[in-house]
Design a protein around this ligand. Structure first.
Ligand code: NAD
Length: 251
């Protein structure tokens, strides 16, 4: 039980990497606030945790709205008494093309969810972590934080900024024992992963060539790393990217 007595907030916990990680965090003894825009599926994640004997609540929240992020943290403290871990995982990829093709609305929405969401949730969670004497913040970045590809300008811009923000937050809060790091998943078969593949001219070839392992990842390939990053075992990692990408960025 690596996370006994800890409280974790998982944004985007209704599906994919967030859902799998919320279940894994709870299995290690954490109390988990699952949060998402998607109410039915988010409730289902929390129910799955409770049915397995864990502690979890669902709180509906659009992370791109500061007031909702504040209410999310308040609801967590009210239920579990603290916030020790914030997994800033909620994200979208509208796959709308180059800067010429992407609509202004989709550009702004992508940055609002993928970047502002981290800013809003973190600014309300950090004061609670200070009260607890420290904490962990895990921001979900992307291989696109480190390299480019065609047809995905808004998403790449947002994820590049996630990595920079992770370093900035890491520098600001390391001395408070609030350790901020980035999770870098490769191509993982979730809603976002499927949308990405479906937008490719030859999805099978892209899936097989995504990394040297020759296979796409599953959410359960990622969740154990999230548990490690949330736990005391990651105590010497600050502002670091944690790759779980099948070797995509090594190739
Ligand atoms: P997913 O679509 O299964 O999960 C994303 C979740 O975020 C969904 O449940 C969605 O409802 C939620 N969400 C979207 N907008 C929200 C908002 N405004 N407020 C709250 N919740 C919101 O996809 P996933 O792959 O599990 O995505 C998780 C994270 O992983 C994202 O940040 C994504 O960019 C990142 N990522 C995914 C891949 C991949 O290949 N799947 C690769 C690199 C990074």
């Amino acid at each position: 039980m690596k996370l006994a007595g800890k409280t974790c907030i998982v944004t985007g916990g209704a599906s994919g990497i967030g859902r799998s990680s919320a279940i894994a965090l709870a299995a290690e003894g954490a109390s988990v606030t699952v949060t998402d825009l998607s109410i039915e599926e988010g409730e289902a994640t929390a129910r799955t945790i409770r049915e397995a004997g864990g502690r979890a609540i669902f709180v509906s929240c659009d992370v791109s709205q500061d007031e909702q992020a504040k209410a999310l943290v308040e609801a967590t403290v009210s239920e579990f008494g603290s916030v020790d871990v914030l997994f800033n995982n909620a994200g979208i990829n509208v796959m709308e093309g180059s800067v010429v093709d992407v609509s202004i609305e989709n550009w702004r929405r992508t940055l609002a969810v993928n970047l502002d969401g981290i800013f809003f949730c973190s600014r309300h969670a950090i004061p609670e972590m200070r009260k607890a004497g420290g904490g962990r913040i895990i921001n979900t970045a992307s291989p696109g934080s480190f390299k480019g590809w065609a047809g995905n300008a808004a998403y790449l811009a947002s994820k590049g900024a996630v990595m920079s923000l992770t370093r900035a937050m890491a520098m600001d809060h390391a001395k408070e024992n609030i350790l901020v790091n980035a999770l870098v998943p490769g191509l993982i078969m979730t809603g976002i992963g499927h949308n990405f593949l479906d937008a490719q001219p030859d999805p099978d070839a892209v899936a097989k060539g995504a990394n040297p392992l020759g296979r796409v990842g599953q959410p359960d390939d990622v969740a154990p790393l999230v548990v490690y990053m949330a736990s005391d075992e990651s105590r010497f990692s600050v502002g670091a990217p944690f790759f779980v990408d099948g070797g995509e960025l090594a190739s």
